[in-house]
Design a protein around this ligand. Structure first.
Ligand code: FES
Length: 168
């Protein structure tokens, strides 16, 4: 699965500081996890352990919260994020079929990262370009009027572009 998270001393120090601050307030777990998500970009088990050891909240409880709320993610994201918009205007123009094809093309499900750590697939909400629905995003770039064939071609192009960047 995807990539492993490298926890730096600096990040750990920042998290411990946040834990210290929030433990003085009621209901500290959610704000601590929000800070953890901000600091690391995800909350894998290694991070949950640090939170558990420094709050005395059982790791099972922390894991339950992390996996329940979609604003928290367990795995680090890939180098590039490919998004398929599932907002209503995109949806009614076939976004689900496109998403299904993209899943097959990448060999991963929504929220997962390819084993080479290159791509993460996201189902995204309306990004305000419904005029060209259905829409996909490749990192910051938004491309509209997608169909299955176009989506597959874009992924292939994007893959060769990103490999190109990696190699040279
Ligand atoms: S619903 Fe997809 S861009 Fe608005």
């Amino acid at each position: 699965m995807g990539k492993r998270l490298n926890i730096t001393e600096e990040q750990k120090k920042e998290l411990l500081q946040e834990i210290k601050t929030h433990m003085k307030l009621p209901g500290p777990l959610m704000p601590i996890l929000h800070e953890a998500q901000r600091i690391f970009g995800c909350i894998p088990v290694e991070v949950q352990k640090i939170v558990s050891e420094n709050t005395d909240i059982p790791i099972a409880e922390i894991n339950g919260v992390v996996t329940f709320y979609s604003s928290f993610t367990l795995d680090p994201k890939g180098d590039h994020v490919i998004g398929v918009c599932l907002g209503t205007p995109c949806y009614v123009r076939g976004a689900q079929t496109i998403l299904d094809a993209v899943k097959v093309e990448l060999g991963i499900d929504v929220g997962q990262t390819t084993p080479d750590g290159l791509f993460t697939l996201d189902a995204i909400r309306c990004i305000g370009t419904c005029g060209m629905a259905p829409v996909m995003s490749f990192d910051e770039e938004v491309i509209g009027e997608i169909n299955v064939t176009k989506a597959k071609k874009l992924i292939k192009d994007f893959r060769s572009r990103t490999w190109h960047y990696k190699k040279f």
